[in-house]
Design a protein around this ligand. Structure first.
Ligand code: ARG
Length: 461
């Protein structure tokens, strides 16, 4: 077969069905630039090892430059007969450098160590793009938090009114989760910054090539210490995929809230027209499709991760062709997040909050009952009893169809002598919020400190 990387020991070419199954150029061609970068570095270590002379190195590098330019311009593309990106680029190199020189580059390397390295290079670059997209989402949340500092909303557990919180506090909860995702990508990069190049097929190279020189030229911190590990492991891909899935899940949780908040019943937010869609039949519709696609794509990202893990689980060391299936899930994860993140950050940045409604609903649904109990604790009442007394007030108010602050001083005195009129100091959203001023709490002073702390972490990211 023209351009094939193997064939010497075979009497005939592969069956069409095998060739069709085996082929990966339709998804691995995006690694072409990394493959050529690897080839330049490999040519240099062949030269250092005395396997290419000065003229051969110069000829090889210039042929690789031509090939690179032709790949970028689209003048060179994989042929139908090319199995994978490596084989196709070797064909292109030989067309430019001639078989005598072009045929020398494959010495001391294997597609097994090449592909493991190129995948890491690709993912490291895309992890940076994704981290920037996540940070833009964090920025949008921070800006909305600063803009609405002081606005209260109903804090919920079990989706029921629980305690009032600041809208900023709620939004920043999402920001912290996303910031940790960025930190995860940064931490992941330490493990991804190790180059498998030089591992050969599995056992390393006998040609005296320096893996660390290749690693340094390709932007890695070092080369792998174990050639079997270098060619057979894909935990670095799986970890990338896990972080991508986690980002998807975090975006999905924000999105789910936005979908709920945008309902007529909630009416907490209005989506900007630029980030809403209409209906082909119902003229009045304004739909939160960005948020729904984020929720949907989280499922897809989880699928990418679980598919990859399932591919890896039964593989003996070292390389097995199953590993060709490692690329589509991680490419899909990167593609998905790169298209999703700008839409989600834009949707959040342009949200309008119905602050009056959020503020008015914040204390409702007996959301101040915990404040009564904690106020009683400050008066020396054991919490167990305080909880009962506050519960009795809720029961009384609920029976009358009123809120806690509608009960009279006599009502409170009737429940317990401890429930003096001073309890009213906490029977307001402001009183409730203001009392939660320790680090991590929802008092405005605590949220202002939180914002400063978050921004410090964002600056480090
Ligand atoms: N295309 C393969 C992959 O993506 C690399 C080639 C290794 N092939 C082989 N027969 N050893 O993993």
């Amino acid at each position: 077969v023209q351009g094939a990387l193997w064939g010497g020991r075979f009497a005939g070419g592969p069956a069409d069905a095998l060739a069709a199954l085996s082929k990966s150029t339709h998804f691995d061609w995006r690694l072409a630039g990394y493959d050529i970068a690897g080839s330049r570095a490999h040519a240099r270590v062949l030269h250092t090892a005395g396997l290419l002379d000065d003229a051969e190195l110069a000829g090889m590098l210039s042929a690789l430059d031509q090939l690179d330019a032709d790949v970028r311009s689209g003048a060179y593309a994989p042929a139908e007969s090319d199995e994978d990106v490596h084989g196709s680029l070797e064909r292109g190199l030989i067309e430019r450098a001639g078989p005598a020189l072009g045929g020398k580059l494959r010495a001391g390397r294997s597609r097994n160590d090449q592909i493991a390295t190129l995948g890491r290079m690709y993912l490291r670059d895309h992890a940076r793009i994704i981290a920037a997209g996540v940070l833009a989402t964090v920025d949008a949340l921070v800006e909305q938090s600063e803009k609405h500092l002081g606005v209260a909303m109903p804090g919920r557990t079990h989706l029921q009114h629980a305690q009032p919180v600041l809208l900023s506090h709620h939004l920043l909860a999402h920001a912290w989760a996303l910031l940790r995702d960025v930190q995860r990508l940064m931490d992941w990069d330490k493990r991804a910054a190790v180059s498998p190049y030089g591992s050969g097929a599995l056992a390393g190279s006998s040609l005296g090539l320096d893996p660390n020189a290749v690693a340094a030229e390709l932007g890695f911190d070092s080369a792998v210490w174990n050639s079997i590990d270098g060619t057979a492991s894909r935990d670095v891909y799986a970890e990338f995929s896990w972080v991508a899935a986690m980002i998807g899940v975090d975006l999905s949780r924000i999105s789910e809230e936005i979908i709920i908040w945008a309902t007529k019943e909630f009416s907490f937010v209005t989506l900007d027209d630029a980030f809403s869609t209409g209906s082909s039949i119902m003229p009045q519709k304004k739909n939160p499709d960005v948020a729904e696609l984020a929720r949907g794509k989280a499922g897809r990202l989880i699928g990418d991760l679980t598919g990859l893990l399932a591919t890896l689980k039964g593989l003996p060391l070292a390389y097995n062709r199953d590993l060709q299936e490692d690329k589509e899930p991680v490419f899909d994860a990167a593609d998905t997040l790169e298209v999703l993140l700008p839409a989600v950050s834009g949707m959040i940045a342009t949200l309008t909050f119905n602050t009056e409604r959020m503020q008015a609903l914040a204390p409702q649904g007996f959301a101040l009952a915990t404040d009564i109990a904690e106020w009683l604790v400050r008066q020396g009442v054991p919490f167990r009893e305080a909880h009962e007394l506050s519960g009795a007030a809720v029961k009384l108010a609920e029976g009358r169809g009123v809120e806690l602050w509608d009960l009279t001083d006599e009502d409170y005195a009737g429940i317990s002598e401890h429930l003096t009129p001073e309890v009213r100091t906490v029977l307001s959203t402001e009183g409730s919020l203001g009392s939660r001023s320790a680090q991590g709490g929802t008092a405005q002073s605590a949220v202002e400190q939180q914002l400063a702390a978050l921004k410090l972490e964002v600056d480090k990211a």
